[in-house]
Design a protein around this ligand. Structure first.
Ligand SMILES: Cc1cc2nc3c(=O)[nH]c(=O)nc-3n(C[C@H](O)[C@H](O)[C@H](O)COP(=O)(O)OP(=O)(O)OC[C@H]3O[C@@H](n4cnc5c(N)ncnc54)[C@H](O)[C@@H]3O)c2cc1C
Ligand code: FES
Ligand code: FES
Length: 484
């Protein structure tokens, strides 16, 4: 069984198809059709809902953290122990919520199809930010598309409703909701099943390892922002899933003197602070990664586990010399991330083995790390080329080089010829030009709808030139680039 609060109502579900998305659950099982389906692929935000989770801050105070998610890519099993809030829950005692009023007063809605999604993103913004500025509002709304009003009135609604705290019914009921969430806090493995389809929800790494041993054919479900597409876009059925998002050990971030350890099930939005503090370009890239809804849901482990050649974090992690800790039963092994990717969608992961955590080395003074993402749009778009450069420069000589790319081969990959052209050489223009030429030996990229092979190779070479110029003129602040 899994249990969650549908706003204030306790829902206990057992016999549901685990392939059921929260969107279809709300619309078809609960009869709440305010949440809309625009694309069923995480691109439009019409299906945005807010999920609340019990958290304890550093001072020991318990509170509920509210996040916007795309319900079209969220399976019901991942609600276990949480609170689901949909647009119907905002109106209270006949009064619209302040974010809804602001949308009306600022004329932020015309056809209205996108409006519930915008309202929910604004609600999450209001809950998460004391005084959001324009950039925060933009970030909160970048995953919501509207084809009617233009975004100016919607941004005005954000300013009106989110710039000052406006206590609402959720604040008034917080203590009661915390008590209810504690009462349903999972204590054992949860399960949702229908016929021979099931999704299991372990709470510990040990239970996850046991379940994956027992069901080696299971698909691991983290945020589902890749996996759910198999159901919503390709109309496949996933017979067995194991949801890793309730395994607390895999959602931890720990910082040591020489490394940061990030649990594989940590949502990307939670990785931001630690990675941005160490490597501002990593933070910048995470801002450009999908939308806030996807980053609230999608995990670092899922981005690696998906093994896409255009996944954004792997080139950066490879250039930084990151490692993955793989777990199978009681056995663990640590692998350099560049040895993890073998061929298109083929990885070094064995049967029943999963990524437990990612180890990122901390920055050193001699290191010059920069990352660049080339995509057609600034927000919510997947890379045509992603490049991460990490040179060690001592006394004007390049003493080490880790140059990694996404979108240039079947896997995220280091550029071995380019690195060889750099190591042991002075850091000057002639050397960089030789390294650019060497990239043509490293990669034979493909042409697809994102970019031609010629564009990809030229972009990769030009990004390396850009890196060289930026390191010489550090005041240039155009690190993570979009070519629109
Ligand atoms: C609209 C949209 C925009 C996107 N934009 C970007 C983008 O800009 N950049 C980008 O890189 N990606 C993007 N993605 C892809 C996706 O969001 C990321 O790959 C995300 O990190 C996947 O994480 P997840 O937790 O949702 O993975 P899931 O979908 O849950 O899982 C992905 C795969 O990894 C496996 N897996 C999950 N956890 C583990 C584990 N611990 N061990 C082993 N295997 C595991 C799963 O079995 C599955 O095969 C986008 C997706 C959408 C829908
Ligand atoms: S329906 Fe478009 S993001 Fe979910
Ligand atoms: S109001 Fe029509 S799509 Fe947004």
């Amino acid at each position: 069984m899994i249990q969650f609060l549908l706003n204030q109502e306790l829902r206990s579900e057992h016999a549901l198809d685990p392939n059921l998305t929260v969107l279809n659950y709300l619309r078809e099982h609960v009869g709440k059709s305010g949440t809309k389906e625009g694309c069923a692929s995480g691109d439009c935000g019409a299906c945005t809902v807010v999920v609340g989770e019990l958290q304890t801050d550093d001072g020991g105070r318990e509170h509920i953290r509210y996040r916007s998610l795309n319900s079209c890519l969220t399976f019901v099993s991942s609600l276990h122990g949480k609170q689901l809030i949909s647009v119907e829950d905002l109106k209270h005692k006949g009064e619209l919520h302040s974010v809804q009023k602001a949308m009306v007063e600022c004329h932020g809605s015309q056809c209205g199809f996108c409006t519930p999604g915008f309202v929910m993103s604004l609600f999450a913004l209001q809950k998460n930010s004391d005084a959001p500025d324009h950039a925060k509002a933009h970030e909160a709304l970048a995953g919501n598309l509207c084809r009617c009003t233009g975004y100016r009135p919607i941004l005005a609604a954000a300013e009106q409703s989110c710039c000052a705290k406006q206590p609402d019914q959720f604040d008034a009921r917080e203590a009661d909701t915390i008590a209810r969430l504690k009462a349903i806090a999972p204590t054992d493995i949860g399960e949702l099943n229908s016929g021979d389809k099931r999704c299991l929800v372990p709470l510990t790494v040990a239970d996850l390892a046991d379940l994956y041993d027992a069901y080696p054919q299971a698909r691991l479900l983290a945020g589902g922002t890749d996996l759910a597409l198999e159901v919503t876009q390709f109309h496949r059925t996933l017979p067995v899933m194991i949801y890793v998002g309730n395994v607390a050990e895999m959602k931890r971030i720990e910082t040591f003197d020489d490394r940061i350890e990030i649990g594989a099930a940590t949502p990307l939005s939670d990785c931001y602070e630690a990675l941005n503090a160490e490597y501002p370009d990593f933070g910048e890239l995470l801002h450009r990664f999908a939308s806030l809804q996807i980053r609230n849901q999608g995990t670092l482990g899922g981005n690696i586990g998906n093994a896409s050649p255009i996944g954004d974090s792997p080139p950066l992690l490879i250039a930084l010399g990151a490692q993955v800790v793989l777990c199978k039963g009681e056995t663990r092994r640590t692998l350099n991330l560049d040895d993890y990717f073998i061929d298109y969608k083929v990885t070094a992961r064995q049967e029943s083995e999963f990524i437990e955590k990612i180890i990122v080395p901390r920055a050193s003074a001699e290191q010059r790390f920069r990352a660049y993402k080339v995509s057609k749009r600034l927000d919510d778009d997947i890379s045509a080329v992603c490049a991460a450069f990490n040179l060690r420069i001592e006394n004007c000589m390049i003493t080490d080089a880790r140059m990694a790319f996404g979108g240039m081969a079947a896997i995220p990959k280091r550029a071995a010829h380019c690195e060889a052209a750099l190591i042991g050489q002075p850091f000057n223009n002639a050397v960089i030009e030789r390294a650019c030429a060497a990239l043509a030996e490293d990669f034979t990229p493909l042409s697809d709808f994102r970019a031609s092979k010629e564009y990809r190779l030229l972009s990769a070479q030009n990004l390396l030139r850009k890196y060289f110029i930026e390191l010489q003129t550090p005041h240039i602040e155009t690190r993570v680039t979009a070519y629109v």
